[in-house]
Design a protein around this ligand. Structure first.
Ligand code: KE4
Length: 438
């Protein structure tokens, strides 16, 4: 039974697989955060996933709160997603020509999210944010952009400045290989600090093309916006003719059925999606009002393209996922599990006398080993990452897999049951007691 096992896991096969991988793949992984550098130990290699569970090649089973970093809001291998993608596969894997499924997915997004009239499908969140910023520069004729310390928007050069996620985890202040020119027009402000942004606009006002923000930050750990922050960004950008971009690659369809736009009622000019909209396949999007989106080639001159953009198999997964997610009660039930998890973690930490805070926003959750509020990247970096690493490893031995980094979020799915949550909280309580005995 997962959740209570405390014997160290067998990892021999994963260790061998990791050694073989490191010979031919940098760091043995295809995305840095997977290497467990922030928490230590050997990353497990996955054999398969089903529902809320994944199993590694040593046969260890885990309740999964990473869910491929957010996409699997219906859990692993949901039958309707498997069926839709299998059917699409049998019709052909890629055409490089328009299909009606792409229109259907774009319509599902425009129906679900206020203020979105047109959508361009791409293959990754990085492509979506990079393209949205190019579009903002094209539409305004301006060059400067504003981002927030601790927010991660993918690995495009112009955004790898005080980024969160793997950059935060790896302590890469600014990645080598990014020339000064690529970030010369990127201005970084503290998250949740409207006055800092006001000062930036007072200095650079009419040169700023866009402000890009994770409306609920998920790449420095989970950090919600303080009251007035998003509204302040909306007012400042509107007053200075800059565009406001919500990067909802992670929060889209997760913090509410209409993402942060639906949750907070703030209307950005552009919004990016990823993860959930691809249902676990390589698919993302940038979207917004028609008058802006029509700058995008071939409607307008702003160039962006992609061989596999709108891929029929990925599109089928996205459509199936959004269709299931929009059924009455599905999304609410997932959010209720996130709340149940957070309440249980808070109670267990308190009972063990551990300084830990846990938060949920919709179907996402987060935790910091820290006393006091976390409202910015500076706050987040004061958390006890060493304690988080010990927590992660001990929880893994108990059959529960949370993000292998303090600077990430936890994700729930429609496949997570109340029993899963109870097992998770019981496992965490055991770990908290261990930690408090140290
Ligand atoms: P991708 O290029 O990884 O598909 O998306 C980049 C991206 C953009 N915007 C936000 C808000 C994101 O969270 C991401 C990617 N998220 C990370 C997890 N924090 C992906 C995991 C990884 O890097 O392996």
């Amino acid at each position: 039974m997962t959740g209570t096992r405390v014997s160290p896991r067998s990892t021999a096969r994963s260790a061998r697989a990791f050694e073989a991988a490191r010979a031919v793949i940098p760091g043995g992984v295809n995305s840095p955060v997977r290497a467990f550098r922030a928490v230590g130990g050997t990353p497990f290699f996955v054999d398969r996933g089903w529902g809320s569970r994944i199993r590694d090649i040593d046969g260890n089973t885990y309740i999964d709160y990473v869910l491929s970093w957010g996409p699997l809001i219906l859990g692993h291998a949901h039958p309707e997603v498997v069926e839709a993608t299998t059917r699409a596969l049998e019709m052909g894997t890629s055409f490089g020509a328009p299909t009606v499924a792409e229109t259907e997915l774009a319509e599902l997004i425009t129906e679900s999210v206020p203020g979105v009239e047109q959508v361009r499908l791409v293959s990754s969140g990085t492509e979506a944010t990079m393209s949205a910023l190019r579009l903002a520069r094209a539409a305004t004729g301006r060059d400067k952009i504003v981002k927030f310390a601790g927010c991660y928007h993918g690995h495009a050069d112009l955004l790898l400045v005080q980024a969160g996620s793997g950059v935060a985890t790896l302590g890469l202040p600014d990645s080598p290989g990014v020339p000064a020119g690529a970030t010369a027009d990127t201005i970084v402000a503290p998250f949740n600090d409207v006055e800092a942004v006001r000062a930036i606009f007072e200095e650079h006002g009419e040169a700023i093309a866009a402000v890009i923000v994770e409306p609920v930050a998920g790449n420095m750990g989970l950090v919600p916006p303080v009251d007035g922050f998003l509204q302040g960004l909306r007012e400042l950008t509107a007053a200075h003719g800059a565009l406001l971009i919500f990067d909802e690659v992670m929060t889209g369809f997760r913090v509410s059925p209409a993402g942060a736009i639906g949750l907070y009622g703030i209307q950005p000019d552009l919004v990016t999606f990823g993860k959930v909209v691809g249902g676990g396949f390589p698919l993302a999007a940038y979207a917004g009002r028609r008058e802006i989106m029509e700058h995008v080639a071939p409607s307008g001159p702003m160039y962006q393209a992609g061989t596999l953009s709108g891929n029929p198999v990925a599109t089928a997964a996205g459509i199936a996922t959004l269709r299931v997610l929009r059924r009455p009660g599905v999304w609410d039930a997932i959010a209720a599990q996130a709340d149940r998890l957070v309440q249980g973690l808070r109670r267990a930490a308190r009972d063990a006398g551990i300084a830990m805070q846990a938060t949920s926003v919709g179907t996402m959750a987060g935790m910091f080993f820290l006393d006091g509020p976390v409202r910015s990247y500076d706050d987040a970096r004061r958390s006890d990452t060493g304690r988080y690493a010990r927590f992660f490893t001990a929880l893994l031995d108990r059959g529960v897999y949370v993000a292998p980094s303090q600077f990430e979020a936890l994700f729930l799915s429609s496949a997570h049951s109340e029993a899963d949550i109870e097992e998770t909280v019981a496992a965490a309580a055991g770990v908290f007691r261990e930690l408090s005995d140290r």
